[in-house]
Design a protein around this ligand. Structure first.
Ligand code: GRF
Length: 220
């Protein structure tokens, strides 16, 4: 049965679109049960509208403080009974109680090879550091900034003449393959988020991408 997932976004929703396309084409055995955003203007919300998926906006400024906002966001998300929460370009930090509410089943995609370049502007940080490769990471969410255990990473080259925007565009291409592949791996039981970990390496057909699910990385 398809894994019910809630997807949280703040902006364009390119990753959400990639997840939906992977579902449509049979590459990801999941079902998006809700799309949530902290911004009413998030263009990615249109993906939900276009497909009749439940959508909800929970703005920080509508709540007394971050704690109340986190609780409201968790309530709005939990209402759709997801078995996995996916932060896909969600630009605010969720707190420990949010993660606990979903039994730790919260993942995030970040545009760098963590633990390098956490926080905002991962691609700009990579360009400034003059690294030759960068990429993206799908990781478990904890109460730190992009610090949860790494599930999988994809590497892309940093090419001569790259600025942050060009590099980010290339990284997004990798995110759009990696994130649906990880969700599928979780849905099919190849990756379990706790206890025993079994991982089968996602295979992409464009050999250019090195994907490295970290076997055993989730074992405590
Ligand atoms: C992605 O690069 C994601 O890793 C980062 O923000 C970007 C969001 O892109 N946190 P989109 O909204 O999925 O198009």
């Amino acid at each position: 049965m398809a894994l019910p997932i809630a997807v949280l976004i703040s902006g364009a929703g390119g990753n959400l679109g990639a997840i939906l396309e992977a579902i449509d084409t049979g590459r990801c055995n999941a079902r998006v049960c809700a799309v949530l955003s902290d911004r009413g203007s998030a263009a990615g919300l249109e993906h939900a509208s276009a497909r009749g998926i439940a959508r909800s906006v929970v703005k920080l400024k509508d709540h007394a403080d971050r704690e109340h906002w986190n609780r409201a966001l968790a309530d709005a998300t939990a209402a759709h009974r997801p078995e996995l929460v996916v932060l896909a370009g969600f630009m605010k930090l969720v707190d420990k109680s949010f993660v606990q509410r979903f039994g730790g089943r919260v993942i995030n995609v970040h545009p760098s090879l963590l633990p390098l370049f956490p926080g905002v502007d991962g691609p700009a940080q990579a360009v400034r550091a003059r690294v030759r490769v960068s990429g993206c990471t799908v990781h478990l969410v904890d109460d730190g900034i992009d610090s949860g255990r790494i599930i999988a990473q994809a590497v892309v080259p940093v090419l001569p003449g790259d600025d942050a925007e060009r590099l980010h565009a290339r990284i997004k291409g990798a995110e759009h393959k990696l994130l649906p592949a990880v969700i599928h791996a979780i849905a099919s039981g190849e990756v379990t988020l706790g206890g025993e970990l079994r991982v089968a390496e996602p295979a992409f057909d464009d050999g250019a991408m090195l994907v490295s699910p970290l076997l055993g990385a989730l074992r405590s």
